[in-house]
Design a protein around this ligand. Structure first.
Ligand SMILES: [Zn+2]
Ligand SMILES: [Zn+2]
Length: 865
């Protein structure tokens, strides 16, 4: 430990952060399975291992680390695990790019191996950023979803839900991305606004309007409103589809809008969700015109093999040449697109795996969870309310958890593995038993794989120790922290799966964080060039400044605009705190402090009251995850109460040998010790550095949360007056051109109570200070005259100076009610209005004083000559 006069002048974050990073031990953050303390298990989001821990992640993790550290100090056995959600398309695409291959150029195993390797490299990079940011991660509870021990659990959860009827296989229309060549869930459909054309054409004598003429081959009916008199004549008839010639029924449906287009619409399998709805309701046939690659199928006849765009062009051209295209109109349209690649989605009917959605039980569990901020629950409610289709969980990809199922080649029976044999890849190994139905040994392994949300939606089961046997030992977790952008996916799926697998809610609380916007207020994106990476902030200002930015940026749950000024302000706060620290440490080093010293001086009692208030405020804010409120209160206390007021007040006392010096030392130690503890969750490096020097090498991160309380209503009131008086008199010094340490003469303070300031006021103001409780006796006298030359000049011209001399010759006190005329060079002249103003001063006991009013307190200042 260096002695405090050897402390570096400036706080060097790079050195300090590096030093503590290499000192701290991972073990100190491990969840203790044998602990008697109450558990606090965090269902940390597993980020996608892109290799870059982005600023949005940083915000999310800062929140987590703030409360993880706080809860540890509050005596909880905290688990802050770190997961990695590995599977998925972006990695497949990256592997194809890096190796200049497509997934079909190598075997599935080889392709998977390449994805694995890239993911491991990316995880290593991201772990480094996590460590630099001082997150108190429990590395003994790290999980990686692509590893067998994790995806074995995903498979186990699949089998359990298959058995209980939550999971089923069926041919059903699903959202499908033809570029990614996979089914996707509704939650993965994004929406884009675009302009399209509405085409009016002749459909066996009826005019039909359609935005997707390429689906003509998939037309299965024409629908009209039952009350639309224009179309009564075609009721119960069949109509011939133009260009293709197949016949389709006419159906009547209330949902047809007679005012849209011609009022007659064609139903295709499938143009949109409405088509699916009608198709089911009217029990129509299925015509698949588009395949999984987005190519037209055989039923498209001469258009077979074309992609949808070419087919549309060709069909419109043919309609023109057959003279059935009547006209075209522009139409604004919202199109569902793939959230990964932005390709417009198709609705294809395919054999897929689904999870049943039971809205009632999800709503019930969602309501048993405490939401921070509360209004985020509404987003979940709205999402669940509008669910129409079950969750499609099968994907036609490679780098994902295999669906652990085989089908008997002979009789089609589905065979599942024994749970003890998980994980399995059914495309690589056969089942261990012959087909229970026909005894055959020839099987096909399911080639479809699971949606990555199937992996990540059991994160909470994994961290709470689920092994398939009943309720996991640490379930439910205490909290789920996550972004509001994945409420309808990760939060929704996790609740669904927890209810399906354990019968209850996954967590007690959920904490939602906002998104980080660029400095220009827009979502960060490469094309806008407004991306800020945490590494840049870390190298310029350090982790503690970045963490302060995260806390202060906005109320929890709100989006935060990134702003370098906030980071600079955070770093300035550290500089200020470091100066306070050095001052406190130097004082304490001289003679230490004594916990039993009686605290009597007003300033000392006042600071303790403020400290007690601040601790109360910060603790309350931490309990409900209001980090901005908490850090703001800490900063205000440190900067305003401690540095600007208290230290200025007691500096003089600390340099005297007075007995009351000991009281100030105890107060300084108490306040600074508490500040370190309150800052520990926010600025772990800085707080550790200060605390280490303050308490002979002890770690602030092993201390309990500060519990100091102090009540003294008189000190609160009188101390505020004292602080205000001193601030006002200092301002007076400044305004009258005096140096702050210049001697001021006699200062008399008239207040309702005598205050035991232990001489602090006098030393701070460098004045002879007297406190009095009697009423001030002031005499208001005229001591000078201000002449208005703009009035006197024109009125007296050459006699102006003579007029001034004559007025000055009058007795001063007569000027409060001046005469109307005056003798000037022998003649009586009128005194013009506004030609002068008397200047008043106050006399106290015969001496001229300046007077300042501070609330109920009157201060008189008799400057030394
Ligand atoms: Zn896509
Ligand atoms: Zn069989």
């Amino acid at each position: 430990m260096v002695s405090s006069d050897q402390l570096p002048k400036n706080y060097d974050f790079a050195k300090v952060e590096e030093r503590w990073r290499s000192t701290w031990r991972d073990e100190d953050h491990y969840f203790d399975k044998n602990s008697k303390k109450p558990q606090f298990v965090i269902d940390t989001p597993p980020p996608y291992p892109t290799g870059n821990f982005h600023i949005g992640n940083a915000l999310n993790w800062c929140y987590i680390d703030f409360f993880a550290r706080y809860k540890r100090m509050k005596g909880f056995n905290v688990m802050f695990p770190q997961g990695w959600d590995c599977h998925g398309l972006p990695t497949e695409v990256k592997v194809e790019e890096l190796n200049h291959i497509t997934k079909n150029d190598v075997s599935r195993e080889e392709f998977r191996r390449m994805c694995h390797e890239l993911t491991e490299q990316n995880i290593s990079l991201m772990r480094l950023t996590l460590r630099k940011m001082a997150f108190s991660t429990d590395w003994s509870n790290e999980y990686i979803t692509m590893m067998p021990d994790y995806y074995g659990k995903t498979q186990l959860s699949f089998l359990r839900m298959l058995k209980s009827g939550y999971i089923y296989q069926s041919e059903h229309p699903v959202n499908y991305c033809i570029r990614c060549e996979t089914a996707i869930a509704f939650a993965e459909v994004a929406y884009d606004d675009r302009e399209t054309q509405l085409n009016y054409f002749d459909f066996s004598g009826v005019e039909i309007a359609s935005t997707r003429p390429e689906l003509l081959a998939a037309c299965v009916a024409v629908a009209v409103h039952p009350a639309d008199e224009r179309y009564l004549y075609i009721k119960d008839t069949k109509m011939k589809v133009p260009l293709f010639g197949h016949e389709v029924p006419v159906v009547q449906d209330e949902a047809v809008d007679p005012a849209f287009g011609s009022g007659a619409v064609m139903i295709c399998t499938f143009g949109d969700k409405q088509d699916v709805h009608w198709w089911k309701k009217h029990n129509l046939s299925l015509r698949k015109a588009i395949d999984r690659q987005g190519k037209m199928t055989a039923i498209a006849g001469r258009y077979e093999g074309m992609n949808t765009t070419d087919c549309r062009t060709a069909i419109l051209a043919d309609m023109k040449s057959h003279k059935i295209l009547k006209r075209q109109e522009n139409l604004a349209q919202r199109v569902g697109t793939c959230w990964r690649c932005k390709t417009p989605i198709e609705i294809l009917s395919e054999r897929q795996w689904f999870v049943k959605i039971k809205p009632g039980e999800i709503q019930k569990a969602a309501h048993q969870i405490k939401w921070y901020p509360e209004h985020m629950l509404l987003r979940m409610e709205n999402w669940v309310e509008q669910m129409e289709w079950d969750w499609c969980i099968s994907r036609q990809r490679i780098f994902a958890t295999p669906i652990p199922v085989w089908f008997c080649k002979k009789c089609g029976e589905m065979v599942v593995p024994d749970e003890r044999d998980l994980p399995v890849d059914p495309t690589l190994v056969p089942p261990k038993i012959p087909c229970p139905k026909c005894g055959s040994n020839v099987f096909t392994g399911e080639v479809d794989v699971l949606d990555t949300w199937m992996d990540s939606s059991i994160s909470v089961l994994n961290v709470t120790g689920w092994d398939g046997k009943g309720t996991p030992p640490y379930f439910p977790a205490q909290i789920r922290p996550q972004g509001h952008d994945i409420i309808r996916t990760w939060a929704f799926y996790t609740i669904l799966r927890s209810v399906a697998l354990t019968g209850s809610k996954p967590w007690e609380e959920i904490l939602i964080n906002g998104m980080v916007l660029g400095e220009d207020g827009f979502k960060m994106s490469k094309s806008r060039g407004n991306i800020i990476v945490p590494e840049e902030i870390l190298s310029k200002f350090g982790a503690d400044a970045l963490r302060q930015w995260a806390a202060m940026g906005a109320a929890t749950g709100s989006d935060i605009m990134f702003n370098w000024n906030d980071v600079v302000a955070a770093s300035r706060f550290q500089t200020k705190m470091w100066n306070i620290a050095k001052f406190v440490l130097i004082q304490l080093e001289k003679e230490g402090f004594d916990q039993n010293t009686p605290v009597t001086a007003l300033a000392d009692r006042w600071l303790l009251v403020h400290l007690s208030d601040t601790i109360q405020q910060v603790s309350t804010a931490m309990e409900c995850y209001q980090f901005d409120t908490a850090l703001k209160a800490i900063r205000e206390f440190a900067w305003d109460s401690l540095a600007d007021n208290y230290i200025e007040l007691v500096k003089g006392r600390l340099y005297t040998g007075d007995a009351s010096r000991k009281s100030a030392l105890l107060v300084l130690h108490t306040a600074f010790d508490a500040l370190c503890k309150m800052l520990a969750p926010f600025t772990p490096y800085f707080a550790e550095e200060c605390y280490f020097h303050l308490n002979r090498g002890a770690s602030v991160h092993k201390q309990p949360w500060v519990s100091f309380t102090y009540e003294d209503e008189a000190a609160r009131y009188e101390g505020n007056q004292l602080a205000q008086v001193v601030a006002e008199v200092r301002k007076y010094k400044h305004d009258t051109g005096l140096a702050l340490n210049a001697p001021l003469g006699k200062v008399t303070i008239y207040a309702a109570h005598t205050m035991n300031d232990e001489g602090d006021t006098g030393r701070t103001l460098n004045a002879d200070v007297h406190w009095r409780t009697d009423a001030v006796k002031l005499e208001r006298v005229i001591t000078d005259i201000d002449f208005n030359r703009a009035v006197i000049g024109p009125a007296f011209r050459k006699q102006a100076q003579a007029f001034i001399t004559a007025i000055q010759a009058l007795p001063l006190q007569q000027l409060s009610d001046p005469p109307k005329t005056i003798m000037l060079e022998g003649s009586e002249v009128r005194i013009p209005e506004n030609s002068f103003t008397p200047k008043f001063s106050y006399l106290e006991e015969g001496a001229k004083v300046d007077v300042i009013t501070v609330g109920d307190v009157i201060v008189t200042i008799a400057k030394s000559a």
